[in-house]
Write a protein that binds this ligand. Structure first.
Ligand code: G1P
Length: 297
């Protein structure tokens, strides 16, 4: 049974400066909730109640968010603010949150390797990357876990992207299976130049891995960008026997990118009862005025 999740969160957030000089990018809100809370909620939704953050210096506020805040709870209770009290408490109740420091930023594979003592070599676990936000409430991670339990193989999430974006991701070579949306992954390349990419199917930041990957990660030399890459460790596993790829069939936002972050905010806000109607009304008139102004210029 898969119970543990590892959330690499030691990055400097350079794509999101200047705010990330003092605020961990994982705490930037999507509407009113830190991006990382959606990820921890996704773990809880898939039955993973043990979450390990792999963090770095300057990011301890991230752990605070998942702790109790008794002073704030008391103040809200005294004021009769029940809804707000519930919001403050619920993030602390999502999962048992642990953390380990990466120390040196030696790559995603190295960050995952930091979880070895917590997870152990005999237990399978999930890895979720904070920049990749999936549709809240989706059961995609649960389906990845199901595929892992059925096959015993590592499972990765795949998504089709335009050819000019493949160099930003791990890219997979796949064979179809008789299951809709499920592939055998025969080869993976981390951030290849477009002409060397085996396909336009990229790896999204969700993995379900056996504990045996830790020993492989330890032997994996630095790869693309001089960093230890989980893609390279998976490539070694796939060379022995194909691993499993599940094609994403729910929306995904790259919240580590400014445009993806704004899109996630707008899309999720428009779905809310309190914000959706006034936001959509404002967006309509804003766009109409914008188009008119463009037409005039
Ligand atoms: C990481 C992985 C890459 C994957 C991507 C998904 O890259 O190394 O294989 O496609 O996440 O978001 P990063 O974006 O951390 O450089």
């Amino acid at each position: 049974m898969v119970r543990k999740a590892v959330l690499p969160a030691a990055g400097l957030g350079t794509r999101f400066l200047p705010v990330t000089k003092s605020v961990p990018k994982e705490l930037l809100p999507v509407v009113d909730t830190p991006a990382i809370e959606y990820i921890v909620a996704e773990c809880a939704h898939a039955g993973l109640d043990d979450v390990l953050f792999v963090t770095a210096a300057g990011k301890s506020s991230m752990e605070d968010h998942f702790d109790r805040r008794l002073d704030l709870e008391a103040a809200l209770e005294a004021k009769g603010k029940g809804d707000e009290l519930e919001l403050v408490r619920s993030s602390a109740e999502l999962a048992n949150v642990h953390s380990v420091r990466q120390g040196e930023a030696l790559g995603l594979g190295h960050a995952i390797g930091m979880a070895r003592a917590h997870v152990g070599d005999d237990e399978s676990f999930a890895v979720l990357l904070g920049d990749d936000m999936l549709e809240p409430g989706s059961d995609f991670l649960a389906r990845m876990i199901e595929a892992h339990e059925r096959t015993g193989r590592p499972v990765i999430a795949l998504m089709e992207v335009p050819e000019d974006q493949v160099h930003l991701y791990g890219v997979a070579e796949v064979e179809a299976t008789d299951r809709e949306g499920e592939f055998r992954v025969t080869r993976m390349v981390e951030k290849p130049p477009r002409e060397e990419a085996p396909s336009t199917l990229i790896m999204v930041g969700r993995y379900v891995l056996p504990g045996s990957i830790f020993a492989i990660l330890e032997e994996t030399p630095p790869g693309r960008g001089g960093e230890i890459q989980v893609t390279d460790a998976l490539e070694r596993m796939a060379a022995e026997e194909p691993i499993i790829g599940l094609k994403l069939d729910v929306p995904r936002y790259d919240t580590g990118d400014k445009l993806g972050y704004l899109q996630a905010n707008i899309e999720l806000a428009t779905r809310r009862d309190d914000l959706g109607p006034p936001l959509l009304e404002w967006l309509r008139s804003f766009l109409a005025e914008h188009d008119e102004a463009q037409g005039r210029s």
